[in-house]
Design a protein. Structure first.
Ligand code: ZN
Length: 176
């Protein structure tokens, strides 16, 4: 699987619940897939990419989020496998995009803080306490594992507008 391509809405794989990753899935091949997903995501300019978005109906995603450190702005790479949202808190409203919806951005309400449990690419258990953009990213990507797309998180009016825009892009050949 050297080549992975981003699939666009309304590909049915984006609307299907992913299968859990099990012990037999870990290994060299899996790590290669993850590496490829990071490069596909970087090339596309995204901060998160879930397996169903590259045609793999499984519950994992990669993310590369900007974080503030003592040395300034840095990026942090994470792989979250079989993510499980343990707790959420607060609320944030902000613009969101999705690599499976090229050119479409919309204001989405999300939880401000999230505690998530998952496994990393080596199979170890991790727990993360995130807020802001990182929390938004985890919630968006965990949704992908559940067959939920950000369209489903929009208000009915915004969803209608978004669907119309997609149709327009499809008829002009700007959406595959
Ligand atoms: Zn997405």
């Amino acid at each position: 699987m050297s080549e992975l391509k981003i699939v666009n809405y309304p590909d049915p794989i984006l609307l299907s619940v992913g299968k859990p990753v099990n012990d037999a899935d870990f290994g060299v091949h899996f790590e290669k897939t993850i590496e490829t997903m990071f490069s596909v995501m970087e090339k596309a300019g995204g901060v998160g990419l879930a397996a169903p978005q590259v045609g793999i109906s499984k519950r994992f995603f990669v993310m590369d989020i900007p974080v503030e450190t003592e040395k300034g702005r840095d990026r942090e790479r994470h792989v979250l496998i079989n993510p499980e949202i343990l707790r959420v808190e607060g609320e944030q409203i902000g613009e969101e995009g999705c690599l499976s919806f090229p050119g479409l951005f919309q204001t989405i309400k999300r939880d401000m803080r999230v505690i998530v449990k998952a496994r990393n690419q080596h199979g170890g258990e991790i727990e993360m306490d995130l807020d802001g953009l990182a929390a938004r990213c985890v919630l968006h990507e965990t949704d992908h594992c559940d067959g939920i797309v950000f369209l489903d998180r929009m208000t009915p009016l915004k969803r209608e507008l978004a669907k119309r825009k997609i149709k327009r892009l499809q008829t002009t050949g700007k959406w595959e």
